[in-house]
Design a protein around this ligand. Structure first.
Ligand code: SAM
Length: 479
């Protein structure tokens, strides 16, 4: 029985509700009147008190996903871009993954780290190696990481993850610092989520992989991850443990994308209904080739066009949620989805354990092939050439603007007043400390132009003052 407030996965991700949604969407996919009313509902409302967006329910968004009338799809893309600009402006947050260990006891059939893969070398970073990775990442200019690990209670227990987080935050190399560590590790207990919270993590990220329970059980035939309900209810436990920024995701290609899309939005609705705050981010990975993994073995791969449509509709349905695109995607695809609502990109990524310090590719512990192999400097330059402001800001998290506090600021449109100047200042730090001459020249011009776009004089003045201090080598701001 469908109940978005329920604590039971079978009720908030109710299979019958998804099937009914897909039927309703199919029936209405050419219902212009309904489609227009849904698009109208999703439009941003610009008021004196800020900009507001109503978002869409999983049913409404599924109708748009089913609709393939070119003119309407075009409207969806325009709307996604408008919403993105209204809430995120032209800022794009930058991060990198850091792989700690590929020891894993699970049997995920799409992942090269599965326990039965005997030819992939197993590696777990020592604290000295974590330090070397972090120094290499800081030397690129990174400030925000997402740590990744396989699930193995003996080799990678929670104590190991906590020790790594402590090491990461402790390293201050030259002007570098990792200011936000997001964590992508297997579903765990409330007690362990509390420990992660106490360690000062940013977002807890866990991909559902697939919302289709029957497929999930087959795709995860053994190990703790086999337990669909435990996995699907992980975000509830994370929130109970005090982590109020959680990141959802689906691994597209495993199941029918329309099913996954509805499930993903129902999961977001569940968090909103139960905790009063939806997911902080949504990731949209697609299966990639990897050691022992051939993506063509999975029947539900999606085209770039469908992928783009999914990104646009996530932006429309959950307007306040950040959307993340990794280097699994090519430069070309990343470029397209940036216009459709993506707000965070990774750059210069290595998906191997120890890949930053060793700096070799391909690396034998790589989790999957990276499509976008450009350096961080190239990614930053590319974003700026398209008119985006690459942002290394982590101020919200550091100032306690997480969960519902972040969402209410975002909903009132206020976030722009702090994010825009902070983005410029952290970009300035990057340009001064890490950028190539070419990137620096483009960036300085961009900052000058963007500074003039700040509407409030007081904010402009503070920003100009901070930029000057950064220019003089002063680096004591809390971004
Ligand atoms: N062990 C944790 C877990 O089970 O959730 C962390 C996961 S792993 C390091 C991060 C994500 O990579 C997985 O959740 C999965 O969606 C994705 N992944 C695994 N194999 C992949 C592949 N072949 N191509 C693309 N993404 C993959």
């Amino acid at each position: 029985m469908y109940d978005p407030k329920s604590s039971c996965a079978d009720e908030f991700i109710d299979n019958q509700e998804i099937l009914d949604t897909l039927e309703y969407a199919e029936k209405n996919k050419s219902n212009i009147e309904l489609i227009d009313s849904i698009l109208e509902k999703a439009k941003p409302q610009y008021t004196d008190k800020g900009t507001f967006c109503a978002g869409l329910s999983h049913r409404e968004a599924s109708v748009l996903l089913a609709c393939d009338i070119p003119e309407k799809v075009e409207q969806m893309y325009k709307l996604a871009e408008e919403i993105k600009n209204a809430f995120y402006g032209n800022r794009i947050v930058i991060f990198a993954p850091l792989y700690l260990s590929n020891y894993c006891v699970n049997a995920c059939v799409y992942c090269p780290y599965h326990a039965k893969n005997k030819h992939i070398p197993r590696k777990k970073l020592t604290q000295e190696e974590v330090k070397n990775e972090v120094i290499a990442l800081q030397d690129m200019g990174h400030k925000r990481l997402a740590i990744e690990s396989g699930e193995d209670p003996v080799n990678n227990p929670i104590e190991y993850i906590l020790e790594c987080i402590k090491t990461i935050y402790s390293i201050k190399h030259k002007n570098g610092a990792i200011r936000r560590v997001n964590v992508n590790i297997a579903a765990t207990t409330v007690e362990n989520y509390k420990k992660l919270k106490d360690a000062g993590i940013g977002t807890y990220i866990l991909f559902q992989e697939t919302y289709h329970k029957e497929s999930y059980l087959k795709l995860h035939p053994a190990g703790p991850k086999h337990d669909y309900n435990y996995h699907t209810e992980a975000m509830d436990r994370a929130m109970e443990g005090g982590i109020d920024d959680v990141g959802l995701g689906v691994l597209f290609g495993l199941e029918l994308y329309k099913y996954e899309f509805a499930g993903l939005l129902m999961h977001a609705e569940h968090l909103e209904a139960k905790f009063g705050v939806g997911p902080h981010t949504i990731s949209v990975p697609r299966i990639k080739r990897a050691d022992d993994i051939d993506p063509s073995a999975f029947d539900n791969g999606i085209s770039d066009e469908i992928f783009e449509k999914i990104c646009a509709l996530i932006r429309i349905a959950v307007p306040y949620t950040g959307m993340i695109i990794s280097t699994r995607e090519s430069q070309e695809v990343r470029e397209k989805v940036l216009h459709l609502g993506v707000s965070q990109v990774s750059g210069g990524s290595r998906t191997s354990v120890g890949g930053y310090a060793e700096d070799q590719r391909p690396h034998d512990t790589e989790q999957f092939d990276v499509s976008d192999q450009r350096t961080l400097d190239e990614v930053v330059r590319w974003l700026m050439e398209m008119g985006y402001i690459p942002s290394f800001c982590t101020a919200c998290y550091r100032e306690g603007r997480t969960g519902d506090r972040f969402m209410s600021l975002c909903k009132s449109g206020q976030i722009q007043n702090c994010c825009h100047p902070n983005a410029l200042m952290t970009l300035k730090e990057f340009l001064m400390d890490y950028a190539s001459e070419e990137t620096k020249a483009i960036g300085e011009e961009l900052i000058k132009a963007q500074l003039n776009n700040i509407k409030t004089d007081k904010v402009k003045e503070i920003c100009r003052d901070h930029l000057e201090k950064i220019e003089q080598g002063i680096r004591d701001f809390r971004f």
